[in-house]
Each structure stands twice: as C-alpha cells, then as structure tokens.
Design a protein around this ligand. Structure first.
Ligand SMILES: Nc1ncnc2c1ncn2[C@@H]1O[C@H](COP(=O)(O)OP(=O)(O)O)[C@@H](O)[C@H]1O
Ligand SMILES: [Mg+2]
Length: 248
C-alpha cells in the first residue's frame, strides 16, 4: 500500500495550525516577560530607595521592606505556577490514578480554605452525592482548591460557595458555585487562557497569577475530562468539571 498524500486542504490546515501555535508561543513569552517584569521593577525601585535612605542617614521605611517581600512572593508564585503548568501540559508529571474518596478529599480542601473563607465571612459548603472518582489525588485537590479559592476571592463578603459532587451518566461531575458578582458573557470564552483576568490590578493585588484556571483546564484535559463555566451577572458563577467514570 502506498502512503496517501495529504490533500491541498489538509496541508493548508496544518500550516494554519502551526502558524497559530507559533503565535501563541510568541504571545506567551511576551506575557510571561511582562508578568515577571512588574514585580521585579517594584523590587528594584524600592531597593534603590532604601539604599539611598541608608547612604543619606535617613530612617528606613519598614513599609518598603514589606512591599519588597510581597513582590518577591508574587514572583515565586508566578514561577511555581508556570513550572506546574508546564509539567502538567507536557505530560512530564505522571498522573497517579486511584479511586479517590470524594468526602475525604473535599474535606481536606475545605479545611485548608477555611481561614480564607472565615476572613471574608464566606459560607463554604459541600454536598457529596457520590463516593469516588478515578483521578490523581494531588491534581484533583488542586482543581477544587483553585476553583473554590477563586469563588471566595472574587465574591463579596458573606457570600456562599458550594462544592458539589454528583454522577451524571458516564461522568462524575464537580460543581463549584458562588453567588458573587458573576462574569460578563463576553469574557467567558477567554477565561481559561493563561494570564487572562477580568481585572488585572485587582487580581494581582490579591496575589493572583492569572494561571489558576489555565491549570484547571490542563488538569482536566490530562484526565480526559472537561471544564466549563456559566455565569449570570449579579447572581452566580458556576464552574463544572466532568471526569469520565472509566479510567483515562
Ligand atoms: N468565581 C469567580 N467569580 C468571578 N470572577 C472569577 C471567578 N473565578 C475566576 N474569575 C475571574 O477569572 C480570572 C482568572 O482566574 P485565575 O486563572 O484563577 O487567575 P487569578 O485568580 O490568579 O487572577 C480572575 O482574575 C477573575 O477575574
Ligand atoms: Mg485564581
């Protein structure tokens, strides 16, 4: 049998896909550089000011040191998230699949988020309507944490955040829902892109890297599952993750 030549249309499709991938790579490098530059510029500026203050015999402003520390932590979070995203995406990080006890995993996640929730007087609830899901424990907890943390962060004080696990045909479904401000429908398409944020300044101020949802998307892809979002302005945002019941 002679191998079939690709048609002209197929060759064109490959070229278009390659060009798109190349553009995404270039955009990503530009975005990463910009994201790293912002905290580094602050660290440089405040360090220079401190050096001048010391040289001129002025009192050191402790507030400046706090700003330097905050921006150093931002850089570390960014680099940690970038490394994490790259290992999930490339498949370098093997998934350790097991039948995860959903009650236990959800309680574990809630326990860690309670301080954040309490600080905002947010009610964090769970409703576990099925027993297990076939997944990687660490990555599953990361999905729940990223979604619930966002729900707490972007909703006003005294909101309610629900984590729900249920079965739907051949899928095990995680829903994380809040009754916060909602997300305009025009922004929903781009929400899972790296560094995409509705309000860059506000996200950065709250220590966000803009990579949380992108990490969720790639973890779900590695599990051969999906993540979707629906939202109603002024009412709610609901993220839904679907895991195939059978092992990927
Ligand atoms: N539950 C939510 N309610 C409102 N906006 C949200 C919610 N979850 C995510 N977002 C928006 O999506 C953006 C991207 O989220 P994410 O990737 O986790 O990045 P980060 O939280 O670091 O900004 C956030 O900056 C925010 O604008
Ligand atoms: Mg986030």
């Amino acid at each position: 049998m002679t191998p079939q030549q690709p048609s002209q249309q197929e060759s064109m499709d490959v070229i278009v896909a390659l060009k798109k991938a190349e553009k995404m790579r270039i955009d990503f490098v530009a975005n990463v550089s910009h994201e790293l530059r912002t905290p580094l510029t602050a660290i440089k500026g405040y360090t220079e000011t401190l050096i001048h203050d010391i040289e001129d015999g002025r009192k050191i402003e402790p507030e400046f040191l706090k700003i330097i520390l905050k921006n150093s932590n931002r850089l570390l979070s960014l680099i940690d998230d970038l490394l994490d995203l790259s290992s999930i995406e490339s498949g370098a990080d093997q998934l350790h699949l097991a039948d995860i006890d959903l009650k236990e995993a959800t309680e574990h996640v809630i326990e860690r988020l309670i301080p954040h929730a309490k600080a905002k007087n947010t009610l964090l609830t769970s409703d576990i309507r099925c027993d297990t899901v076939r997944a990687d424990m660490k990555r599953l907890e990361q999905v729940m944490t990223n979604l619930a943390e966002n729900a707490i962060k972007y909703s006003p004080p005294s909101s309610t955040v629900k984590i729900i696990w249920e079965e739907d045909g051949n899928e095990i479904v995680l829903t994380v829902e809040d009754n916060g401000p909602g997300i305009p429908s025009k922004n929903l398409d781009r929400l899972f892109e790296r560094f995409y944020r509705l309000d860059k300044g506000r996200s950065r101020e709250m220590g966000g890297t803009g990579l949380g949802l992108s990490i969720v998307k790639h973890i779900m892809q590695r599990h051969q599952g999906t993540v979707t979002v629906e939202s109603e302005i002024g009412k709610r945002t609901r993220f839904r993750c679907r895991f195939p019941r059978a092992a990927p």
